[in-house]
Design a protein around this ligand. Structure first.
Ligand code: ZN
Length: 331
């Protein structure tokens, strides 16, 4: 379960609900996975499914008899189904999930006589640590006024007493973007300047309306971090790496293209009616801080709405900011 918690922390670091899973055979970990439906655009990308896929690929078998699955949160209906199909012998979970749990909390698929396979199920292992991770994640998110409810789909509301994560929460930096100065400043929790970078915001100037190609103003948070495992100049399309590395020759072939390179910090507004929800929602407008072709970068308003940065700069910034870092954009 300690290893499943390691996976869960990877999900938290990516801004996903922190749930992790491992598959074990003969005392050895043969599969690992953490929850990442938001960043992978995959409603099935739960920790258990990813750990089962990893194990099945490694063992070269779609069935995993004799294996145990350890997961930090009670499995949902989808994952319980996959566990049964994989013929997992034993499921060990941490915290109960009162809203979606399929091992007794809402339904109990593992005890359903009419199904043809049954896994042994053990609950409540390291439950406080597992629940605390999820509770701390949502508390941190609410505390920073983060927008968006999609991440809450898997989370539920574990017992409020578990605050293991919050107690040793690292200091939270913040980002200030000045459109007049065309700069991005990273500040530590005490407000000291850590870094300052040149940026390029919208050629059309500031504005919040969808379709305006303007840069939104006001309070935001980093909603998701994408591309941490990619090389500099990796090309993204719809927030996925295409596998290409940008070259100036590629840029010359598509001079009008709005290249998204290296890293993406996806922003969400925190001010309902101004930059959040409705026709002015920064997240749904896909407003990012992202890398842009270095040879074309100018510290001047040139973008289609996003905040463009040099590739080395955005990669450095990416590593310095956790998910839900506050971002203020001033015009
Ligand atoms: Zn699930």
């Amino acid at each position: 379960m300690a290893e499943a918690l390691v996976e869960a922390r990877k999900a938290a670091a990516a801004g996903e609900v922190p749930v992790g899973a491992v598959v074990v055979r003969d005392g050895e970990i043969v599969g690992r996975g953490y929850n990442c439906p938001i960043s992978s655009h995959d409603p099935s990308a739960h920790a258990e499914i990813r750990a089962l896929r990893d194990a099945a690929e490694r063992l070269g078998n779609y069935r995993l008899p004799g294996c145990s699955l350890y997961v930090t949160l009670e499995p949902c209906v989808m994952c319980a189904g996959a566990i049964l199909h994989a013929r997992i012998a034993r499921v060990v979970y941490g915290a109960r999930e009162p809203k979606t749990g399929a091992a007794g909390s809402v339904v109990d698929l593992f005890a359903e006589d009419r199904l043809n396979f049954h896994a042994e199920i053990v609950g409540g292992v390291l439950a406080a640590a597992c629940a605390g991770l999820v509770a701390g994640f949502f508390r941190a998110k609410r505390g920073r006024g983060a927008a968006g409810s999609r991440a809450e789909e898997g989370g539920g509301e574990p017992s409020p007493g578990d605050t293991a994560l919050m107690e040793n929460r690292p200091a939270m930096p913040s980002i200030e973007i000045s459109l007049p100065d065309q700069t991005l400043t990273l500040l530590d929790e005490a407000g000291h300047v850590l870094r300052r970078y040149p940026i390029s915001s919208a050629a059309n100037g500031p504005g919040e309306e969808a379709g305006s190609f303007r840069t939104p103003r006001g309070e935001h948070v980093v909603r998701a971090k994408i591309g941490g495992d990619q090389p500099l100049n990796a090309v993204f399309s719809a927030r996925r790496p295409t596998g290409e590395l940008y070259t100036p020759e590629m840029g010359a072939q598509e001079p009008e293209r709005d290249w998204i390179l290296s890293r993406i910090l996806w922003l969400s507004g925190r001010e309902p009616g101004f930059n959040r929800l409705g026709a002015c929602d920064s997240m749904r407008r896909y407003i990012y801080i992202h890398g842009t072709p270095d040879e074309r970068f100018e510290q001047a308003p040139r973008s289609h709405g996003c905040i463009r940065m040099r590739n080395a700069d955005v990669a450095e910034l990416f590593d310095l900011v956790p998910p839900f870092t506050p971002v203020t954009i001033r015009a």
